[in-house]
Design a protein around this ligand. Structure first.
Ligand SMILES: Nc1ncnc2c1ncn2[C@@H]1O[C@H](COP(=O)(O)OP(=O)(O)OP(=O)(O)O)[C@@H](O)[C@H]1O
Length: 645
């Protein structure tokens, strides 16, 4: 026997648990992710190496021009050696101005080349992050969310999930274009600059680089502060997004109860929390950049003092000092960009942690390695001593036994919270039992191929989601390759064909968001058509008449009865019209089967069943609770049984 799956943690890690996975492993993982795009990353770096070389060559040429001019003004100053190509074209000794102008033209040509290469670089980076990394990662997170089990969605708020697919994926992307590429470029440039400076003057270089360790200290201190601040920010944004989506999804209730102001105020509060936290973060982040900038300027002051001394003592030419200063300025510029890199890195680590949490969550409900794939499903369904709890310590179904023969119609009735929906949700394996087994045609559901069994079950809920697409596409949602004939046949079974034909464009009519342009009864019939499209041997209906008013109930009842014909059907319902037609009625009470039998048998017993029917009847007519004595309930149950619908 298979044991029930009981993962202890499906909730995404809290900040505390998340911290253990920080640092090195996160960085390695991000590097691993970037490795998948190494071709384009290398191309982008190639562009940068060319840009760097051109920049350095331009600076070197500027130094040459200055030294040629110095020699012209005072011939005792050494005339620099021109690069071979330029030396052959012009004699700097005899025609210094021509030499300077030629150098100027070369610098201009190189600047033009840099502009073109910069354009190619920008395009390449844009393509890499926006056309490759973000869509790939978003698809991976979305795909994982689709495969995760209901337990995961019970434990995690939609605001946080939405934010992970949208904002956090962008933060992960920023690791590539905001951290990895700039860091490699920075290290490369700094390496070249330092080599260049060392060649010009070792002591001067070491003196100028003396403040550099302070930069690392500043960055480390910042990183330590920033991680928790950025994590808190993501959580606050989660709450704001949740408040926003609830405001949209619950708009009917909000307006119905006149609570717009209250809801607006709550959203404002969430938004204010984000704003205030961001403001605080911004204040601290803003200290980093000037600090690093200031340290860079200290190097320049050292250069001016020491470099000036070297020139006056003729240990260095003025041109060399100018080139040195230019390179040091570039060096400081790169160091200043470190502030942005460190800041982006902290944000991308937090985003990555949250994205990886989703990607790493184990998929609790899966197919076995070698699943049973029976060619035909007869539809015999057996619950064998099934106990289940959303929290395994607190079962909501206790020791449930049930044997449903192929083609039988079983109705489940019971007071609210008795466990009817829960019982139904174990059949398509939305959850697995904590103990016991559910068998389909004698095989444990957990041994079946998950997709195959789900495709062989039609499911209709109390309130069914329809997509903003055509009527036909909605009916064929579970079977996109269904023919128009199959779609229409399903609609006929669901008593929906007539009203669909009367829609402006029939089956091609576009439904609005959540099918707001249809009535409740019409929406429910489309859901029934969707469930019966591929003629599933099993049909599960969870109180399908609950969300519709009395006037549309009759047409749905006909649709339901037509859909159940010839299939094993399990339906949670309180409708006497349906209960009377069930082969077996199960009465659930606090997660246990309290009674079972046919409608008539159970009515005669005047026990739980009669009470449950009566309770429903009493609610339906708005009876007062204090009238709800057992004898009244039984009598009302008998009345409900007479009710044709
Ligand atoms: N996703 C969930 N997570 C945790 N507890 C849940 C979840 N869904 C239902 N429950 C709890 O399980 C118990 C059974 O709920 P269930 O929805 O199965 O009852 P029901 O008989 O279908 O009720 P109703 O007639 O009101 O739909 C209830 O106590 C409910 O609070």
């Amino acid at each position: 026997m298979l044991s029930g799956s009981r993962p202890d943690v499906v909730s995404l890690a809290s900040p505390e648990t998340g911290r253990s996975r920080e640092g090195g492993s996160l960085l390695l993982r991000l590097l691993g992710l970037s490795w998948a795009y190494r071709g384009r990353v290398l191309r982008v770096l190639g562009y940068q190496i060319v840009l760097l070389s051109l920049g350095l060559a331009g600076l070197g040429l500027t130094g040459l021009a200055i030294d040629i001019l110095r020699h012209r003004l005072d011939p005792s100053n050494r005339l620099p050696d021109l690069p071979a190509g330029l030396g052959r074209l012009v004699d700097a000794e005899r025609e210094p101005m021509r030499a300077v102008l030629s150098i100027g033209a070369a610098i201009l040509a190189m600047a033009a080349a840099r502009a073109v290469i910069n354009y190619g670089y920008a395009l390449s980076v844009g393509y890499l992050v926006h056309m490759e990394i973000v869509p790939d990662l978003r698809a991976r997170v979305y795909d994982k969310l689709q495969r995760l089990s209901f337990r995961f969605f019970d434990a995690n708020k939609s605001g946080s999930l939405i934010n992970r697919v949208t904002g956090d994926v962008q933060l992960v992307r920023s690791f590539v274009d905001g951290v990895l590429l700039p860091s490699v470029i920075m290290v490369l440039s700094l390496g070249v600059y330092v080599a260049y400076m060392l060649r010009a003057h070792v002591l001067l270089t070491l003196a100028c680089l003396a403040p550099t360790p302070l930069l690392w200290i500043a960055s480390t201190l910042f990183a330590r502060w920033a991680q928790p601040a950025y994590l808190r920010n993501r959580e606050l944004v989660d709450r704001m997004v949740l408040s926003f989506t609830e405001g949209l999804q619950g708009i009917q209730v909000i307006k119905g109860l006149g609570r717009e102001r209250e809801v607006h105020r709550r959203f404002d509060e969430r938004s204010r929390e984000v704003r205030e936290q961001q403001q605080e973060t911004f204040r601290t982040v803003s200290v980093l950049s000037p600090t690093i900038d200031l340290l860079g300027q200290v190097s320049l002051v050292i250069l001016l003092g020491m470099g000036g001394l070297l020139v006056t003592r003729d240990r260095m030419t003025l041109g060399q000092l100018v080139v040195f200063a230019g390179i040091l300025q570039q060096f400081s510029g790169q160091i200043a960009s470190m502030a942005t890199i460190v800041n982006t890195a902290q944000q991308s680590f937090i985003g990555a942690k949250r994205v990886f949490e989703v990607l790493d969550t184990p998929v609790e409900i899966t197919s076995p390695e070698a699943p049973a794939r029976p060619a035909r499903v007869e539809g015999r369904l057996v619950f064998e001593r099934v106990t289940f709890g959303y929290d395994p310590e607190r079962p909501v179904l206790h020791d449930v036994h049930l044997d449903v023969a192929p083609g039988q119609f079983v109705a489940v009735i019971g007071p609210t919270g008795a466990g009817k929906s829960t019982l139904l949700s174990l059949i398509p394996r939305f959850y697995d039992p904590t103990s016991g087994r559910v068998l389909l045609d004698g095989i444990d559901l957990r041994r079946h191929d998950l997709d195959q069994i789900r495709r062989r079950m039609g499911v209709v809920f109390q309130d069914n989601f329809l997509f903003s697409n055509t009527v036909a596409a909605n009916i064929a949602f579970g079977a996109p390759h269904a023919t128009r004939e199959q779609i229409e046949r399903a609609a006929v079974i669901a008593c929906a064909h007539e009203f669909i034909r009367e829609l402006p464009e029939g089956y091609d009519t576009e439904l609005g968001e959540a099918a707001a342009n249809l009535s409740g009864g019409q929406r429910q019939r489309l859901a029934i058509a969707r469930a019966v499209l591929l003629d599933p041997p099993l049909l599960l209906l969870d109180d399908p008449t609950a969300a519709v008013d009395a006037s549309t109930e009759r047409e749905i009842l006909d649709a339901i009865l037509s859909a159940t014909r010839g299939r094993t059907t399990i339906m949670a319902t309180h409708r006497a019209h349906l209960l009377r037609r069930a082969h077996q009625v199960i009465v659930l009470d606090r997660g246990r089967i309290a009674e079972r039998g046919t409608h008539e048998e159970l009515l005669r017993r005047r026990g739980h069943y009669a009470s449950a029917l009566a309770l429903h009847d009493a609610h339906a007519v708005g009876a007062r609770a204090d009238d709800d004595t057992p004898s009244r309930r039984a009598a009302a149950g008998a009345r409900a049984a007479e009710d044709p619908a």
